[in-house]
Write a protein that binds this ligand. Structure first.
Ligand code: ATR
Length: 302
């Protein structure tokens, strides 16, 4: 953070920083999803806009699946400057966009909307945000070139593609529905990675967990309100690994708690949420995102 930014932050805390005005030139941003009432993106991005003195606001729009096409047309017609897409529209929105990046195509999902040459494009900053968060927190996590992924849904796909792009060569996927895991294996093989899958109670899973440097939970097991749940792995095989949970509510899931008790280095999903937002913000504005301001806002509301 520069001295200027530090002073601005201090002034803001002291109530001396001018509040942002909404006027005829205010740029509009929004997250489209359902539900969106609890999204942390408006707080995070509005804090960043305000901090940099950008005349922009970010809001949340709850859109039903039937209205998604109309919502995208409205987004374009009203001249929204950019936005995000969240559950359950990350894949369904693709046909309504003018284009998507290779990243979004591989991940099969869009989380960020932006304009390019008068066309509304979609990209995916979830996977790259995950890798950025990981590398900045535990750079050694990628050194083993292997990982175990718990889950095979949309989040798993984004994380797996980003991990392979970051140099991971071998991935074991453990998932309840084996067919979903198989589909992900096919995609990763096309990217040059060696991937395979097992069920939760397969002894191979325990071996792979013991040998891996990185374990990532992408399932919803342990998310509030079902905090007593945890992925059914053999926790005695966790000893030295970097263990990540994409969940950030609660801050420490039972999965992360058990991993930490075993001596593992752990990370929750808040940092990934931050980094995907940072990448989106920089794409929209061309400005360097005020990461500490955004992080502080997430810490405040998460
Ligand atoms: P997301 O986009 O967040 O990844 P998703 O695509 O619905 O959401 O994927 C949810 C993941 O959590 C899946 O891997 C799912 O396993 P299945 O593919 O077998 O459905 C996993 N998951 C959710 N609830 C689970 C449970 N009770 N037991 C095991 N896995 C579960």
């Amino acid at each position: 953070m520069s001295l200027f930014q530090g002073l601005r932050l201090l002034l803001k805390d002291l109530g001396g920083c001018k509040e942002m005005q909404i006027d005829g030139k205010t740029r509009l941003y929004a997250v489209l999803g359902n539900p969106v009432a609890h999204s942390l993106s408006p707080a995070m991005h509005n804090a960043a806009f305000e901090f940099l003195g950008l005349n922009s606001i970010y809001t949340a729009c709850c859109i039903s699946a039937e209205k998604l096409e109309q919502a995208v047309a409205g987004f374009k017609a009203l001249g929204f400057s950019g936005g995000n897409v969240t559950v359950p529209h990350k894949t369904a929105i693709i046909p309504y966009l003018d284009g998507i990046t290779d990243e979004a195509r591989l991940m099969g999902a869009v989380n960020t909307l932006y304009w390019q040459d008068d066309h509304l494009w979609g990209t995916n900053t979830d996977g790259p945000g995950f890798v950025k968060a990981l590398v900045e927190t535990y750079p050694e996590a990628l050194e083993g070139k292997n990982a175990v992924l718990l889950g095979a849904g949309g989040a798993a796909r984004a994380v797996a593609v980003a991990l392979v792009q970051a140099g991971i060569k071998e991935i074991l996927i453990i998932n309840r529905s084996r067919d979903k895991a198989q589909a992900l294996i096919g995609l990763l093989a096309d990217l040059g990675a060696q991937a395979w899958e097992t069920g939760w109670d397969d002894p191979v899973a325990g071996e792979a967990i013991a040998d891996s440097r990185l374990i990532v939970n992408t399932t919803s097991l342990g998310m509030e309100p079902r905090k007593e749940e945890a992925p059914p792995i053999d926790y005695s095989r966790l000893l030295h690994q970097v263990v990540v949970d994409l969940i950030y509510k609660p801050r420490e899931t039972l999965f992360l708690y058990r991993a930490r008790q075993q001596g593992c280095k752990t990370m929750n999903g808040l940092r990934m949420l931050l980094e995907q937002g940072v990448l989106a913000f920089e794409r929209w504005t061309g400005e360097k995102a005020p990461v500490q301001v955004m992080s502080r806002e997430l810490e405040r509301w998460a």
